[in-house]
Design a protein around this ligand. Sequence first.
Ligand SMILES: NC(=O)c1ccc[n+]([C@@H]2O[C@H](COP(=O)([O-])OP(=O)(O)OC[C@H]3O[C@@H](n4cnc5c(N)ncnc54)[C@H](OP(=O)(O)O)[C@@H]3O)[C@@H](O)[C@H]2O)c1
Length: 229
Amino acid sequence: MIADRRPEVVFNCAAYNAVDRAEKEPALARAINAEGPGHVAAACRRHGATLVHFSTNFVFDGADDKPYLEADEPSPISAYGRSKLEGERRVLETGAHVLLVRTAAVFGGPHSFPQRILDRARSGEKLRVVSDQHVNPTYAKDLAAAAVELVEDGMAGIVHAVAEGCTGWDDFARAALKELGVSTPVESVGSAAYASAARRPFNGCLATTRYRPLRPWREALHQWASGLK
Ligand SMILES: NC(=O)c1ccc[n+]([C@@H]2O[C@H](COP(=O)([O-])OP(=O)(O)OC[C@H]3O[C@@H](n4cnc5c(N)ncnc54)[C@H](OP(=O)(O)O)[C@@H]3O)[C@@H](O)[C@H]2O)c1
């Protein structure tokens, strides 16, 4: 397709992102998150296209007590994180012009976290949400605009693009419900209360030395919620 259409820029958003399932299917996760992007990057190099490839805060182990910067050493603790890190390395080593955007906790789509929380609250479910994993909730629309801006600026290499502010998933859930006037309480629980196949970083917070934070996540969440009313 790249050979036929000769795009100037290719945005690769495809991923195997079933974080828990990846523990049982590491080969499939690796094929989609590492080998696939490597092929796309090679085609981009052959045809002179810029590749924008998305990666994740899950390449870090989350053991540090400050947000992770572009220069920090990745050390993934899950099969998903390892497959994404290998994808990063493969696209970068092709020699293509690559902008590698690491992001986190993306919301905005119909299956994203605040929408699922809202659906569960409306169905009368009791809500228990983890408080000890922290992320920058990042609005997909803001991320998309940032990716375009970074390409237009000719940026290459690894760039962290996340909303300003880092919070627990429990606070993220409460903020989403509040925006929509839903009064369902959210019980905060520790990760230990949740049996999950994959380990997730406690500190999933990103920061950047190469770009700027996207607008604060609560502002972006407000805009997302306004679109639902
Ligand atoms: N969502 C987050 O919180 C988050 C956080 C950090 C980083 N990221 C990164 O952001 C990127 C986009 O994630 P997302 O959450 O937006 O994912 P998404 O909404 O689930 O979209 C992933 C897309 O990949 C496609 N896909 C899956 N396997 C494929 C394959 N073998 N060949 C071609 N396409 C395939 C899926 O197609 P179908 O719909 O047809 O299955 C889907 O359209 C990924 O690189 C992800 O690692 C996401």
